[in-house]
Design a protein around this ligand. Structure first.
Ligand code: NAD
Ligand code: IPM
Ligand code: MN
Length: 360
């Protein structure tokens, strides 16, 4: 049976708390499904700054290059907010994405009927919502040249046709496994890189994915349509900054930031998996962080990088079963339970299901 080597970078704030939940669940999954998982813990973010002065030590990057996948908690916090840009925890996150070539960020938004009541959007609009946000992750304004001269600041937003082409291809492949519809989101009525996005996506989808329909929306309108008709979207393809903003907005279709997983992929099977949420300094250290986003991220890792499909399916259904059972955290309900209680409930579901399938 398979032995998988992965790297974990728990990071800061609630990162290590939801990572602990991930470890417990991975343990249960590995014994139930008969694979081995070998976790190499490394430093990133504020934790790495405190220990080494660098938000992304070389050792962390080297370890990741040797692994099948990387599991990340979260980075950042008020303690490091005054640091210069290069020495901020967030810089470690941006660098790991860039150095590992993780240009394709998948953020699935799938609503579940038992959670409809936690969304500010009307329940009848939430039925059947299944949007895959494909966010370009290693280009755009995040990585362009930055300048500051006194009271004048500048951030360059730069994209090349090659950068747009490769992420569009991934979106096209994904769309072929789904409803074959892509909406590309930009601001091409104003921004030059957006005009390039329209040109390149038209060319790539037109030439390589003739069965996929491609539409374009301006980002302001897309932000509105995400709330007024979220079920109309299949794949939403967009640049780095717009994808960041739209995915936090979309999290409220599900009810909380604490429910959204993500996969950041390079070419091939390697990927980095992390919840979409941050280090949540306001609730860190209290044992109340919602671990579902992290657990759903492990399911993505099992599916996309480790090819442990059965384990991924089992984890996904254990999670939705727990939602139906009302195992929910404080970000969703005032009488919510803590991180450990959710972890135990998910593990119980996983081992209970194992017992049931043995007797069947
Ligand atoms: P955040 O996602 O950390 O928190 C936003 C709100 O959502 C907070 O009220 C928080 O309590 C809540 N929340 C987030 N995750 C939760 C969870 N698992 N369970 C329950 N509630 C949860 O975003 P922010 O407050 O804007 O940023 C805080 C820090 O995190 C900053 O330093 C920011 O740069 C960093 N950040 C890191 C990542 C990452 O590591 N991928 C992502 C976003 C923000
Ligand atoms: C995210 C985060 C990061 C981003 C920050 C922390 C750099 O918000 O993963 O969504 O903007 O990409
Ligand atoms: Mn974000």
């Amino acid at each position: 049976n398979h032995q998988h080597r992965i790297v974990a970078v728990p990071g800061d704030g609630v990162g290590p708390e939801v990572y602990a939940s991930a470890c417990t669940v991975l343990d249960v999954l590995s014994s139930r499904f008969g694979f081995g998982i070998d976790i190499d813990e490394q430093l990133i973010g504020g934790a790495a700054i405190d220990a080494t002065g660098n938000p992304l030590p070389d050792e962390t990057v080297a370890a990741c290059r040797d692994a099948k996948a990387v599991l990340l908690g979260a980075v950042g916090g008020p303690k490091w907010d005054a640091q210069p840009r290069e020495l901020r925890p967030e810089r470690g996150l941006l660098r790991i994405r860039s150095e590992l070539g993780l240009y394709c960020n998948l953020r699935p938004i799938v609503t579940h009927p038992t959670l409809h009541r936690f969304s500010p959007v009307r329940p009848e609009r939430l039925d059947g919502v299944n949007v895959m946000i494909v966010r370009e992750l290693t280009g755009g304004i995040y990585f362009g040249e930055k300048r500051r001269e006194g009271d004048v600041a500048e951030d360059v937003c730069r994209y090349t046709a090659d950068e747009i082409t490769r992420v569009t291809r991934q979106a096209g492949r994904l769309a072929m496994q789904r409803d074959r519809r892509i909406v590309q989101v930009d601001k091409s009525n104003v921004i030059e890189t957006s005009r390039l996005w329209r040109e390149v996506t038209e060319r790539v989808i037109g030439e390589e994915f003739p069965e996929v329909s491609l539409e374009h929306l301006y980002v302001d309108a897309a932000a509105m349509h995400l709330l007024s008709k979220p079920a109309s979207f299949d794949v939403m393809l967009t640049e780095n900054l717009f994808g960041d903003i739209l995915s936090d907005e979309a999290s409220m279709l599900c009810g909380s930031m604490g429910l959204l997983p993500s996969a950041s992929l390079a070419d091939g099977d390697f990927g980095l998996y992390e919840p979409v949420h941050g280090s949540a300094p306001d609730i860190a250290g209290q044992g109340i962080a919602n671990p579902y986003a992290m657990l759903l991220s492990i399911a993505m890792m099992l599916r996309l990088s480790l090819h442990e499909t059965e384990a991924a399916d089992a984890l996904d259904s254990a999670i939705t079963d727990c939602w139906s059972d009302g195992v929910l955290t404080l970000d969703l309900v005032p009488e919510g339970v803590g991180t450990e209680a959710v972890t135990e409930a998910v593990c119980r579901r996983l081992t209970g299901a194992a017992a049931a399938s043995r007797t069947a």
